[in-house]
Design a binder for this molecule. Structure first.
Ligand code: IMP
Ligand code: MG
Length: 174
């Protein structure tokens, strides 16, 4: 079914400012440390691409792809790793980059999995957060915006694989 854009929540300009702010903070916090940035595909790819260029310290990047089974708009809590990290994270400072945290089930699973590999530290950075939807506790270390419980798209985030290329974050008509 085709859907159309209802309302722009965050414009390209506003996102740009926020990403720069987050990048500066991350660079300060990890100054003098070796940082591995792990993007969660595919949603975080656009955010991560912009964010790493605002982190003015040496970093390495890697990606994971996870699936909560199917094209549903609801997280099932059953997470499958589609693409794993290329290298060991043992004894490394790891920062996970997410597009949006909803129930928290995906990240909860991912963090448990990554923690078992014994990183030196593990933190979370997400562009968007829907705190009222949370089903499990997640400590979010860096956050762009809190959003209400509405389905959004754009800036990497999809509905049925579409809208990822929108430069802004928007809601859809039902
Ligand atoms: P969680 O496991 O419920 O926290 O879901 C996290 C994942 O669900 C995100 O990384 C997104 O891929 C997807 N998701 C959650 N809310 C939205 C939304 O409003 N629009 C598009 N995808 C969403
Ligand atoms: Mg995602």
């Amino acid at each position: 079914m085709e859907k159309s854009i209802k309302e722009i929540l965050y414009s390209e300009e506003i996102i740009k400012e926020k990403v720069a702010e987050l990048g500066n903070k991350i660079a300060k916090d990890y100054h003098g440390k070796e940082l591995l940035i792990v993007g969660v595909l595919k949603g975080a790819s656009v955010f991560m691409g912009d964010l790493i260029r605002k982190i003015d310290i040496p970093v390495k990047i890697d990606f994971m792809a996870v699936s909560s089974y199917g094209l549903s708009t609801e997280s099932s809590g059953v997470v499958k790793i589609i693409k794993d990290l290329d290298e060991s994270i043992e004894d490394k400072h790891v920062l996970i980059i997410e597009d949006i945290i909803d129930t928290g089930l995906t990240l909860h699973y991912l963090c448990e999995n990554l923690l078992s590999r014994k990183p030196k530290s593990l933190k979370i950075c997400t562009l968007l957060d829907k705190p009222e939807r949370r089903k499990v506790d997640i400590k979010v270390d860096y956050k762009g915006f809190d959003i209400p419980d509405e389905f959004i798209v754009g800036y990497g985030i999809d509905y049925a694989e579409k809208y990822r290329n929108l430069p802004y974050v928007a809601t859809l008509w039902n």
